[in-house]
Design a protein around this ligand. Structure first.
Ligand code: 1CP
Length: 382
C-alpha cells in the first residue's frame, strides 16, 4: 500500500526531494557528501544552554516554538545538511500518559518500572490506536514551524526502537547492560512480545506524525540493541522494529519532474518512499538484520570501519556514520585524518552520509563541528 504525502510536503513540493541527504539515503552517491551529527542540538551549543535555562527537558520538547528553535540552532551554526527534530525517544510515552521525567545529567526515569506481566497489562491498557491526532499536536506544530524556516534543508524525524524504549521501561531508567529487560525477554516471552508490539505502535505513531507534518526522512534509534545476541535480536526484537517502521513504510511522494523532461520516466522513477534510517550502538553483528526490518540506510557506530560495515551489508545499502566522538577533542590533524579515512571507507557503500558513531559529547567545542562540516563538504570522492 502507498500513501501519498500532501502536495505541500517538502518532498512532494520539490524543496527537499533532490537534497544531498535524501538522495544519499535513497542510494544515489552525491558529489558532495552530506553530513549531520546525532545530538547536534543540545548541550554542546551555548545558545541551547541559554534557551533551556529554567525549562525542563520534556517541557522544552512540548513547547513548539522552543523545540523548533533548538532544532534550527545547529543548522544555522554548522551548515549541516539536515536538521534532526529536537525531542526525545520518551516523548510519545509521555504524550500517551506514562509517568516519565528526564533527569538532568541522567536521562529518562519512569515512576513505575514495567517488570511483570501485570505491569505490561497496565501499560498496554492504553491503546496506541486510540491516541488521536490531537495527542501529537505539539509535535506537529513544532515540525511545521521548523520546516517553514528550513527551506531546502530536510528535517529528519526520529523515534526510539521498541527494544531501546523497553530497556528504559523495564529498568525504570538508564542502565548499563539492560539486564532486567533481557531477563523479561526470556522469562516471559509472551509479556515481552506484548510490550514490544505496544512500544512499536507508540513509536510508529510518533514517527508518522513527524513525517506527515513535514519531516523528509525518519530515523529509528535502537541505541541499546548492541547488548543483544543476533539470535535474541532476530527472535525477540526485529519483528517489533519492523512493526514500528511499518507505520511509515507506506509513505511516498511523486518525484517532481523538471519542466523540460522528455519522455515520461517509468513509474518506479516517479514514486519514491520516505527514506528510513536504522541506527544502533555496538551493532556490528546486527547490521544486516537491522537493514532487513525495513530500513533504507543503516547507521554504523564507531566500532567497525565503514568498508567492513558495507561488506556485511552486501555493498548494496547506503551507510551513515561513523566518526568516533572521542576524536572531536583530539588535535585537528588527528581528527582530520580520521574524517578523511571515514570518507574513504564510505566509498565502499553505494552512498554515504557522514555522521558520528554516536551522539555529540556535551563538552565538545562546537567550532570543531563546523570545521568538520567544511572538511566534508570540500572533500570529493574522486
Ligand atoms: O540533536 C539531536 O540529536 C536531537 C535530539 C535528541 C535525540 C535524537 C534528544 C534530545 N534525544 C534523542 C534520542 C535519544 N534519547 C536516544 C537515542 C539516541 C542516542 O543513543 O543518543 C536515547 C538513548 C535517549 C534517551 C536519553 N534522553 C538519554 C540517554 C540516557 C542513557 O541511558 O544514557 C538522555 C541523557 C536523554 C535526555 C536528552 N535527550 C535529548 C537531550 C538534549 C537530552 C539531555 C537533556 C538535558 O540533560 O537537559
Amino acid at each position: 500500500m502507498v500513501t501519498s504525502l500532501g502536495p505541500e510536503h517538502p518532498l512532494s513540493s520539490g524543496r527537499t526531494a533532490s537534497s544531498r541527504l535524501v538522495r544519499a539515503y535513497q542510494g544515489e552517491r552525491q558529489e558532495v557528501t552530506p553530513v549531520w551529527f546525532m545530538r547536534q542540538a543540545g548541550r554542546s551549543l551555548p545558545e541551547y544552554r541559554e534557551l533551556r535555562v529554567g525549562t525542563r527537558m520534556l517541557d522544552a520538547c512540548l513547547d513548539p516554538a522552543m523545540a523548533s528553535e533548538i532544532t534550527l540552532q545547529p543548522v544555522r551554526r554548522h551548515k549541516v545538511d539536515a536538521g534532526i527534530f529536537f525531542s526525545d525517544i520518551v516523548v510519545p510515552l509521555k504524550l500517551a500518559g506514562v509517568a516519565v521525567e528526564i533527569v538532568p545529567g541522567k536521562g529518562p526515569v519512569f515512576e513505575q518500572p514495567v517488570r511483570t506481566a501485570a505491569d505490561v497489562d497496565r501499560l498496554t491498557a492504553i491503546d496506541p490506536a486510540s491516541l488521536g491526532d490531537e495527542v501529537f499536536a505539539p509535535i506537529q506544530e513544532a515540525v511545521r514551524l521548523t520546516i517553514a524556516e528550513l527551506g531546502e534543508t530536510p528535517l529528519i524525524g526520529f523515534a526510539g526502537a521498541p527494544f531501546t524504549l523497553a530497556a528504559y521501561l523495564v529498568e525504570g531508567g538508564p542502565s548499563k547492560d539492560h539486564i532486567r529487560a533481557r531477563t523479561l525477554m526470556h522469562a516471559d516471552p509472551e509479556a515481552w512480545a506484548r510490550l514490544m508490539a505496544w512500544t512499536a505502535d507508540i513509536s510508529g505513531a510518533f514517527l508518522r506524525a513527524q513525517v506527515l507534518s513535514g519531516a523528509s526522512a525518519a530515523q529509528l534509534f535502537d541505541s541499546w540493541a548492541g547488548s543483544l545476541s543476533l539470535h535474541d535480536y532476530t527472535t525477540h526484537v526485529a519483528p517489533a522494529s519492523a512493526r514500528a517502521l511499518s507505520h511509515v513504510r507506506d509513505l511516498a511522494y511523486e518525484v517532481p519532474q523538471p519542466a523540460s523532461a522528455g519522455a515520461e520516466p517509468p513509474i518506479d522513477e516517479l514514486v519514491r518512499n520516505v527514506p528510513l534510517v536504522h541506527f544502533g550502538v555496538g551493532t556490528g553483528e546486527l547490521l544486516k538484520a537491522m537493514h532487513e526490518v525495513g530500513a533504507d540506510t543503516v547507521g554504523v557506530d564507531y566500532r567497525i570501519p565503514l568498508d567492513e560495515a558495507s561488506r556485511r551489508l552486501g555493498h548494496v545499502v547506503p551507510v551513515q556514520g561513523n566518526v568516533d566522538p572521542a576524536m572531536l577533542d583530539a588535535p585537528w590533524a588527528v581528527l582530520e585524518a580520521h574524517v578523511r579515512d571515514v570518507l574513504d571507507r564510505g566509498r565502499e557503500a553505494p552512498a554515504h552520509v557522514l555522521n558520528l558513531g554516536h551522539g555529540v559529547p556535551p563538552e565538545t567545542d562546537p567550532t570543531v563541528l563546523t570545521r568538520v562540516v567544511e572538511l566534508v563538504h570540500g572533500w570529493r570522492p574522486e
